[in-house]
Design a protein around this ligand. Structure first.
Ligand SMILES: [Zn+2]
Length: 342
């Protein structure tokens, strides 16, 4: 078949920090021991005041002994992480059979603690998933992986779902070797959107499904596993490439219909050339072009690498924790609410 379009693969890897899921060292401490250790640690790092934020967002100063046990544990954990100023930590703190979502905002000389609810594991049947096509290569789909994908898809708008119609989502144990080589040094690869000449896929590895056991995403009052952010981030790439994928299918259909240049009608050749030109233009995604025209920053550090990464991060936050996007980038939140056209 005549192939006029050599395409470079577009790879997007989502990674997360590891080493954050070790058991809490102070699980065996009594409440008194926890409070004493915390006072000592606070003195050492200049924390003079602890504020507790309630579900309405209002804060109130509390004494160490007034904090719930999970709050004490979370603060001690943050001390152990060599915290940076003005950083928000989202921790899952073990409490009996549950893991409670706690947000700690580190703003020396104060720390703000928000105690949320227990993280519920995501679970779904395969029937819960439509629009995308499930595939597997060396790993097997299960209730947890279906649950993750189903939750992510349930947050998308109808137009976004239309853009990803027929997208192949592949469960793999680990990324293919060639792919791993390309991103080595960039943290642990957990999921990626892979755009190639003949096929585009969203790959979910074991790490992507497992998530980070020590932290969560979304609001503390409605926590979700970190892997959900990863899946939404990759779906964001699939959405911004949606119109491009559709164009590519059109080109391929024309090539199949007219396998040789001689067999093509003038109209088919013209259409093919127009599509090819459009396709080769630098900006294949109108959504990314619109994003770039408006913004030169990202709501997260990971998104600072490029405009598509910033978009994918904002996309994930908008669907997962719109208030967090509003806090980090109010203009981007407003853009998703009004001008955004995938
Ligand atoms: Zn990405």
């Amino acid at each position: 078949m005549l192939r006029l379009l050599p395409l470079l693969p577009l790879l997007c890897a989502a990674t997360f920090e590891t080493g954050d899921s070790e058991p809490y060292p102070h699980e065996s401490f009594s409440d008194k021991q926890l409070a004493r250790s915390l006072k000592k640690a606070n003195r050492a790092s200049g924390i003079e005041e602890i504020l507790v934020r309630d579900e309405r967002g209002e804060t109130q100063a509390k004494k160490t002994r007034e904090l719930p046990r999970v709050g004490l544990s979370a603060l001690l954990r943050v001390h152990g992480l060599s915290p940076a100023k003005d950083t928000v930590y989202r921790l899952l703190v073990p409490a009996e059979d549950d893991r409670i979502a706690i947000v700690v905002t580190w703003e020396p000389p104060r720390a703000v603690v928000e105690v949320g609810v227990a993280l519920e594991p995501l679970h779904a049947d395969q029937d819960a998933i439509s629009v995308v096509v499930l595939d597997q290569d060396g790993a097997v789909w299960d209730g947890a992986a279906w649950g993750l994908l189903a939750d992510a898809l349930s947050r998308l708008t109808d137009v976004e779902l239309k853009r990803i119609e027929g997208l192949r989502v592949v469960r793999m144990e680990a990324p293919p070797p060639g792919v791993r080589a390309q991103i080595e040094g960039d943290g642990r690869l957990v999921a990626l959107y892979d755009q190639r000449d003949d096929q585009s896929s969203l790959i979910l590895t074991n790490y992507a499904v497992q998530g980070n056991l020590g932290s969560f995403c979304g609001p503390a009052a409605d926590p979700r596993p970190t892997s959900l952010h990863t899946v939404l981030h990759e779906l964001g790439h699939a959405v911004h490439q949606g119109r491009f994928r559709a164009r590519l299918q059109e080109i391929r259909a024309l090539e199949s219909a007219f396998p040789t240049p001689e067999g093509k009608t003038r109209e088919a050749i013209g259409r093919h050339m127009a599509l090819t030109k459009e396709h080769k233009s630098e900006e294949v995604s109108p959504v990314i072009a619109a994003w770039k025209a408006q913004f030169d920053s990202s709501p997260t550090e990971y998104g600072n690498t490029s405009a598509p990464e910033a978009f994918a991060e904002a996309f994930a936050l908008y669907h997962l924790d719109p208030q967090a996007l509003h806090r980090a980038m109010p203009d981007a939140h407003a853009w998703f609410e009004s001008d955004y056209d995938p």
